[in-house]
Each structure stands twice: as C-alpha cells, then as structure tokens.
Design a protein around this ligand. Structure first.
Ligand code: NI
Length: 252
C-alpha cells in the first residue's frame, strides 16, 4: 500500500502490551514510513529509541503545548542535543492548545516561539498542533515562516489557503471520516494534492468505522479512501502522492 504515516505516538503506553508485534504487522502490511512525534523529553527519547530499532521509523522531537508548563530549561537543552541524530527529522509536536489549556497560554506561547526559532536555526521542518488557537498559530507561522505541516488540521478553508501560501503542508487524519466532519471535508476538497499529508495521531483519532478504538497506521487506508472519494481520485494514487510529499518535506 506504500502508506507513510506522518504523525503517530507508538511510544504511548497504549502500545506497551504488543508494540513490537504490532509494528512488525504494520510494516509487513504496507506501512513504509512513520514519523513518531515526541511531546516532552521522555517521549522524544522514546521516539528516538524507536528509530534505532525500526528502519521505517523517524522521529520528531519537541515539547507539546500540554507539556509546556512542566518543561525545564535543562529539558530544553537535552532536547536540543537530540537534533544532531540523523533520524530526527522535525521539531514537533509543538504548538498551541486553547481547548484543554493544560498549560497557561503565556507559557504555551513562550515554548512554541522558542521551538519555532530553533526550527529556523536548525533548518528543520515543524509539526504543528493547533487546537482552537488558529489566530495565534497563524500569526506566529507568518512571523517565523518555518517549513512543515499543521497536523490534524481543524481550521477553515481560508486558513488552509494561508498555510499553503506560507509553503506549508496540511495533515489530515481520521477526523475527515467523522459524521460531523464538515470542515475537514471542505479542507480535503480544497487542499492541492501536492500539499497534503496523511496521518493517524495513533493511538488516537481512529477513522470511522473504527472510531473509539486504538488507532494504528494501517487505518490510514480508511482515511485515504474517504479523501480519495472527496477528491475524485484513485485511493492508491492519493496514497502514493502523499507518501512522496512526506519524503519531500522530511528530506527522506
Ligand atoms: Ni499527536
């Protein structure tokens, strides 16, 4: 199937019982690549460990907005050292989450900006988390102008146009299959094929009819089927193009 999952969390405890067996199944079942995204120092180190075990796994290293409050300067220094690793291909996942507000917004903004600056310094793409923080996210992306992807894109078509005008990619996952998914469907219809990436956010965001189950990268088949229908394309053509896009963005 040649599927590249540009956003997953296989270090999550949801996979503790069968991680190696599942990953072997994914790679023999048609998954050709995965970006495993760190959320803090520990999960970034665990992501790096997965890259050392599996040739198909690459890592994004960074601090998620949920973890912004807890992260220390020492953690940031240790994270910085990880970007020298060859299979660390992005700064992520980073961004803003005004839905949960697990960290104070000032602190989210501070940590996000630091990492945007770092991505520019290191010439690495970013993997952006934006939940109900579209205005601040767009403002900072316009200011720093990184390359990268807005993952699990939940903005409007107008915002997608602005993201694409900045030269960035739109990541779509299981949400596009949900029954109430008006916005993701409109965005999927609009996004030019050369700016689209497929993703899961595994173990979360399983597409219909697996919604609510533990998600894995093979379920991208369902997401791809839905987007292919929306765009009037053959599913495999969509998958192949998105895989090529991922390899271009992450320089693989
Ligand atoms: Ni994620």
């Amino acid at each position: 199937m040649n599927i590249f999952d540009t956003h997953a969390h296989y270090d999550d405890e949801a996979f503790d019982g069968d991680r190696d067996a599942l990953l072997s199944e994914l790679f023999s079942g048609g998954i050709c690549g995965i970006i495993n995204c760190g959320c803090d120092l520990k999960s970034s180190l665990n992501s790096l460990a997965l890259t050392q075990k599996y040739p198909q796994i690459y890592a994004a290293v960074g601090v998620h907005p949920h973890e912004a409050e807890e992260v220390t300067e020492q953690d940031m220094q240790k994270l910085r050292a990880l970007y020298a690793e060859k299979k660390v291909v992005a700064v992520g996942e980073i961004g803003l989450d005004y839905h949960y507000d697990f960290s104070p917004r000032d602190r989210q903004l501070e940590i996000f900006e630091k990492q945007l600056a770092l991505s520019k310094e290191l010439s690495l793409p970013v993997i952006i988390h934006d939940r109900e923080a579209h205005e601040d996210t767009l403002r900072l992306l316009k200011q720093y102008r990184p390359t990268g992807v807005v993952h699990c894109f939940s903005g409007s078509v107008e915002m997608a146009q602005e993201i694409i005008a900045l030269g960035m990619y739109i990541g779509l996952g299981g949400a596009v299959t949900f029954k109430n998914a008006k916005r993701p469907v409109a965005v999927a219809e609009y996004v030019p094929l050369d700016r689209l990436l497929l993703e899961t956010d595994a173990p979360y965001m399983a597409p219909v009819p697996c919604r609510g189950q533990r998600c894995n990268s093979l379920m991208i088949d369902l997401t791809a089927q839905k987007i292919a229908e929306i765009k009037g394309l053959a599913k495999q053509e969509l998958i192949d193009t998105c895989t090529a896009n991922a390899k271009t963005l992450f320089s693989l």
